[in-house]
Design a protein around this ligand. Sequence first.
Ligand SMILES: [Zn+2]
Length: 482
Amino acid sequence: MRFAFGGIHIECSTYSRIRSRAEDFTVLSGQALSDAPHFAFLRSYPHPFLPTFYASAVPGGPVERATYEAFKGEFLHSLEELGPLDGLYLPMHGALYVDGMQDAEGDWIAAARQVVGADCLLSASYDLHGNLSRRVIDNIDMLSAYRTAPHIDVKETMQRACAMLLDCAGKRIRPTLVWAPVPVLLPGERTSTEDQPAKDLYAQLAPRNANPGVLDASLLVGYVWADEPRATASVVLTGTDRPTLQQQAVQIAQQYWDAREDFRFGVPVGSIAELLDQAEKSTTQPVILADSGDNPTGGGVGDRAEVLEALLSRNFDNALVAGIADRPATELCYQHSPGSVVMLHIGASLDPQGSRAIEAEAEVLFLLPTGDHREREAVVRIHGVTVVLTARRRPFHNISDFTCLRLDIPSFKLLVVKSGYLSPELAPLANPNLMALSDGSILQDLDRLPKNQFRPPTFPFDRSFPWKPSTILSARSPQATQ
Ligand SMILES: [Zn+2]
């Protein structure tokens, strides 16, 4: 049997003014894709998974149309060249948004279906912050989504999607796919699987795979910063026993709907000023403050300097801000040596309309040695605040992100990161963890989001509409054509 794999993986805020361009993506094809550590698990299967094309990027703004079309063209071309396939594995995110196009994953996946034909099985893995659509569902045969947020089961999810594909292809079964959309959209920070009620809702999914006739059960909270018709939570069941799949999908969908008022932020939240007051009074350290509206790993721009400005205006002592994406400021630092004092404009470098820059005299402390200008990172000090400036948009989620800049997190009274819920490495260090409902293109305070243009009635944007769960059968499912 012959299988292939490839796709596009990005999460795009439709509220962002910046665009995701070709240079923002890591693009892999051919042998480089086969050799990628992310897909190393595919080599353990008894049948070959042939590489096509895979583009992935840090979440951001909508993808430029020309970039998307070029990527799709390369993907389809490599798929065509492989000839007849028994199965195709699509590692997708699910919150792709392309300029001027609704339901971009639907476009990508429908195009893939056209190339591989009706007999080829198609299995997709999704982030649980992905949005589904009728077109996606009607073109795939199976789906697995992450069951943890923060995502610590990425590999397991990909393996489930591929194991199902191999299993069904080997047995020559075309499975049944059942989708139950739920008109609820909440931010990931209120639906972390480390907190209730998401913790229990997600814990019950894995045991459902053991039911006869069920191959996989997924619950997707969807992506709230996408103002498009398909944006919604979803329950998806893949298996062979349609009545069981429908009954289970309805049950999970009803549970999610019933819990909709119970989702809370897992940590104390407030305005930047309120939380800096708390941080000042804290007798423990490091306080870790998440600047959530500008979190690049959720689709925020990552160039805003409001928290830095607030820290400087109150003469905060011993804080670390990591980081602010500002290429011009970073480059200026690299023109000087550590120990030099430079006048910097920091902030609003990518989205000048979104926020404003501050001007400050800064001492250059450290410059990350790298031959690649895009990887440049400068550590500077402005009075009592240490700031990491970066040439590109990037998160600071891992301890190694700090140690390679010679920064010791516990030595700071306050660490400010552009994040939502903290990463698995940072969360245990936070003493305590606070989250600012700060401005940005992924505003957590949904009441302040610009009015929807395209979404149908959805909680919590609309609160009084009747709803009962119902299921939609993929047009690919055997029973759909009988
Ligand atoms: Zn996610």
